[in-house]
Design a protein around this ligand. Structure first.
Ligand code: NAD
Ligand code: ZN
Ligand code: ZN
Length: 337
C-alpha cells in the first residue's frame, strides 16, 4: 500500500485560541515497537473542551483526539505481522501505558509512571488526523462486527464509566444515582443495569433522560430534588461544585461518591457533613487496557450499546462548539475523509 507523504491534522497549540489548528503534517513513520494506524474514527470527549478552555491545560502542541480506532497500515521494527495484520481494526488504549513500570506491570496501565508520560490525543499525537503511530501494547483487537466509530467511543465513553463502576463495587443490590447523561453517563446507565443495580438518573436535558429510560433506568428526572437520598453510590459525570455537594448529600452514610466529571477544577466539600457520615469520595481516571477488552466484549455481545453519530473530521471545531452548547445528542465520532 502506498502511503501519502502528508496528511491533514487538527492540532492543539498551547496558549492559542480555544480551537484546533487545521494543518498539514507528514504521515509519521512507526518507530520500533510501534504500529501505524489509518484512523477509522476518533470520538469527541468533553475533556477536549476542558483542555482547550484551559481548565486542564497541557503545555504542548499535539494532535488532539483521545478515543481512537483504526486499521493497521504499517509496522515498525519488532512488531509481529501475525499479531498485527495489515487491514485489521484495533482500538487504542488511550492512557498509553509503557508496559514496564510498576503500575503497568500490576495491570494498572491507566496510571503509568513513565517519565514524561504522554497519552494519545493528550500530549502525544491522537486521532484527529488521518494516520497515527501507536505503541503495539496500546492496541486491543476490535471484535468482529463492531464499527470503527463504536470501537473508538468504547475506548473512553464506555471504559471510563466501567472503571468507575468497578471501583465502587456496584452489585445487583446497589441503589445508585447517575448525574449527567452525555457520552459517558448514558453508557454508565447501561453498565449499571447489566450489573442489576437500581438506577436513578438526572440530566437537565429531556432527550438523554428518555434514552436512559429506554436503557432500563428505574427513574430519570430533571432535578436532584426528585432523586432518592441514601443511595449506595453516586456517579457524578458533571463534577461541578453544585453536583458534588448534592452527591454527598444523596449518598447514604458510608456511601460512595465518584466525581468522574471535571467541570470545576477545585471541588469543595463540607468536612463536617462528610466526616460525620463517613462518605467515601473516590477518584477515577479512564480505565485499564484489560478493562477495555472487557468493554469491547460487552459491546460486541450487545449488552452495552454506545450511542454514536459520525461526522467528518473537517468540522471538528464546529462540533466542539456544539458540544460546549450541549447540542450533541450522544457521542460524536469524527471520521477523516
Ligand atoms: P457530555 O458533554 O457528553 O455530557 C455532559 C452531560 O451532563 C450532558 O448530558 C449535560 O446535559 C449534563 N449536565 C450538565 N450539567 C448538569 C447538571 N448540573 N445536572 C445534571 N446534568 C448536567 O460530556 P462527557 O464527554 O460525557 O464527559 C462528562 C465529564 O466527564 C466531562 O467533564 C469530562 O471531561 C469528564 N471525563 C472524565 C474522565 C475521567 O477519567 N475522570 C474521562 C472522560 C471524561
Ligand atoms: Zn475523554
Ligand atoms: Zn508504565
Amino acid at each position: 500500500m502506498t502511503l501519502p507523504k502528508n496528511q491533514t491534522a487538527f492540532v492543539h497549540r498551547h496558549g492559542d485560541k480555544p480551537t484546533l489548528d487545521k494543518t498539514t503534517i507528514e504521515v509519521p513513520e512507526p518507530a520500533e515497537g510501534e504500529v501505524l494506524l489509518k484512523v477509522g474514527a476518533a470520538g469527541m470527549c468533553h475533556s477536549d473542551l476542558h483542555i482547550l478552555c484551559s481548565d486542564n491545560p497541557i503545555p504542548l502542541d499535539f494532535v488532539m483526539g483521545h478515543e481512537i480506532a483504526g486499521t493497521v497500515v504499517k509496522l515498525g521494527q519488532g512488531v509481529d505481522k501475525d499479531a498485527f495484520p495489515v487491514g485489521r481494526l484495533f482500538a487504542v488504549h488511550g492512557p498509553n501505558g509503557c508496559g514496564s513500570c510498576a503500575n503497568c506491570r500490576m495491570g494498572v496501565d491507566n496510571q503509568c509512571q513513565e517519565e514524561n508520560h504522554r497519552m494519545y490525543g493528550l500530549g502525544r499525537g491522537g486521532g484527529y488526523q488521518e494516520y497515527v503511530t501507536v505503541r503495539k501494547h496500546s492496541l486491543v483487537p476490535v471484535p468482529d462486527g463492531l464499527s470503527a466509530a463504536v470501537a473508538a467511543v468504547t475506548t473512553d465513553a464506555v471504559l471510563t464509566p466501567y472503571h468507575a463502576i468497578k471501583k465502587a463495587g456496584v452489585n445487583s443490590f446497589s441503589r445508585v444515582l447517575v448525574i449527567g447523561l452525555g457520552g459517558l453517563g448514558l453508557n454508565g446507565v447501561q453498565i449499571l443495569k447489566v450489573l442489576g443495580a437500581h438506577v436513578t438518573c438526572v440530566d437537565l436535558r429531556e432527550d438523554p433522560l428518555r434514552k436512559a429510560r429506554e436503557y432500563g433506568a428505574d427513574s430519570a428526572v430533571t432535578s436532584l430534588k426528585n432523586a432518592p437520598m441514601n443511595v449506595d453510590a453516586v456517579f457524578d459525570f458533571v463534577g461541578s461544585n453544585k453536583t458534588f455537594t448534592l452527591s454527598i448529600k444523596h449518598a447514604k452514610p458510608t456511601g460512595i461518591v465518584i466525581p468522574v466529571g471535571l467541570a470545576d477544577v477545585n471541588l469543595q466539600f463540607n468536612q463536617h457533613l462528610l466526616s460525620q457520615r463517613e462518605v467515601r469520595v473516590i477518584s477515577t481516571f479512564w480505565g485499564t487496557s484489560s478493562e477495555l477488552m472487557e468493554c469491547l466484549e460487552l459491546v460486541a455481545k450487545g449488552r452495552v450499546d454506545p450511542q454514536v453519530e459520525t461526522a467528518p473530521l473537517s468540522g471538528v471545531n464546529e462540533y466542539l462548539k456544539l458540544l460546549e452548547e450541549g447540542k450533541i445528542k450522544s457521542r460524536l465520532a469524527l471520521v477523516p475523509q
